[in-house]
Design a protein around this ligand. Structure first.
Ligand SMILES: [Fe+2]
Ligand SMILES: [Fe+2]
Length: 369
């Protein structure tokens, strides 16, 4: 095994970037509440505002040891394996720091996208309740950008956005119809983010990161709830063709983040990072194959990298009425190509229930934070 290399990542994103949008802004001259569920969500959001610099304990900094046990090999949780424990402490820290920087940088970039989309939704959605709520989400997302940027700064420089995530954000920002923005961002991207933040929070022993992810995920629970409640109210009124187009957009959004066939997935990039930190992914995979039971037990907990899709995004789409047999076939085919097991069809058909109260689901075991 080669010695860990300590230089900083080669890529440092700089400057700005742009995408053209052609959104239709809608006035609503009726100021009466129309969708009660959204009005309630807006009232909750006002009650639950927090301030990143005041409410998180930045003084304590990053606990290196706890941090090194947090990060997994591209969705493969390895912290309990002998392979991981056999690596020198410096290598573990380097691998953890670089993988985390990459993942958290992408969370950060995703938050910037969410910030801009939430701002668009204020203008794009037709109901006043939807506009009020989107205004609170815009502030939430600004706070998330602020908090993730501050945490990444404690580890290293921000790395570039993953191409799949960039394409997803571009697609959502450029979409003209608010329902596409809502399904792509609020349902798929927010759903995957909520699941990933909660999962990372449950895995990590690093106190500041636990606190940050819990605070952010509480907000994301509302953001996903908005997508579910709003679309559930309007999808029944759509024609079959309109519903099909929304389903396709939802599937494409998930595909851009999950499917490794286009070489875009976060997982492939994380494997490259392991290599840059001095751990050969092929050697690591071979050694980990000998500890299959330990990895399988940990995977059972997290559901692996497709867990967020089968355990959260699919049940969400089903609840909204955007999961026809046709689109289930697309998910099954993608799962099959990515996990190569006979469970692909089963995963695409899985009937996992959505947690009834998303905020309570986020808080499970961490109520005191
Ligand atoms: Fe966010
Ligand atoms: Fe969000």
């Amino acid at each position: 095994m080669s010695a860990p290399r300590l230089e900083l990542p080669e890529s440092h994103p700089a400057g700005t970037d742009e995408v053209g949008t052609a959104m239709r802004a809608i006035y609503n001259w009726s100021y009466e509440p129309e969708i009660d569920a959204l009005r309630t969500l807006y009232a909750n959001a006002l009650e639950r505002q927090w301030i990143a610099v005041r409410d998180l304990d930045w003084q304590r900094g990053v606990d290196r040891e706890a941090f090194s046990e947090t990060f997994s090999l591209g969705g493969l949780p390895v912290a309990k394996t002998q392979f991981w424990k056999s690596l020198p402490a410096d290598t573990r820290w380097e691998v953890a720091r670089r993988s985390a920087c990459f993942l958290l940088s992408n969370f950060l970039h995703g938050e910037q996208g969410a910030l801009m989309v939430a701002g668009q939704l204020v203008g794009a959605v037709p109901h006043m309740d939807g506009k009020f709520y989107a205004a609170t989400q815009t502030l939430d997302e600004a706070r998330h950008v602020e908090a993730f940027a501050a945490y990444v700064r404690l580890l290293d420089d921000v790395t570039e956005i993953s191409p799949g995530l960039k394409r997803l954000l571009d697609n959502v920002l450029a979409a003209e119809d608010w329902r596409f923005k809502c399904v792509g961002m609020q349902v798929v991207a927010e759903g995957l983010a909520l699941y990933a933040f909660r999962d990372m929070r449950n895995q990590t022993r690093e106190p500041l990161l636990q606190q940050l992810l819990t605070y952010v995920a509480r907000d994301e629970a509302r953001h996903t709830g908005y997508g579910i409640k709003y679309l559930s109210a309007v999808v029944p009124e759509l024609s079959a063709a309109e519903r099909g187009a929304l389903e396709d957009f939802a599937f494409e959004s998930a595909r851009l983040l999950i499917d490794s066939r286009a070489g875009l997935s976060l997982r492939d990039q994380v494997l490259g990072i392991w290599k840059s930190a001095g751990v050969d992914p092929i050697d690591a995979m071979t050694k980990l194959a000998g500890e299959r039971d330990v990895v399988a037990a940990a995977l059972q907990q997290s559901g692996g990298r497709l867990g967020p899709v089968s355990g959260f995004v699919i049940p969400t789409l089903r609840a909204i009425g955007l999961y026809s047999d046709r689109i289930r076939g697309h998910f099954a085919e993608m799962f099959e190509a990515n996990i190569a097991t006979s469970r692909a069809g089963e995963l695409a058909s899985a009937g996992a229930d959505l947690p009834e109260d998303l905020e309570a689901w986020v808080n499970e075991g961490y109520e005191a934070l």
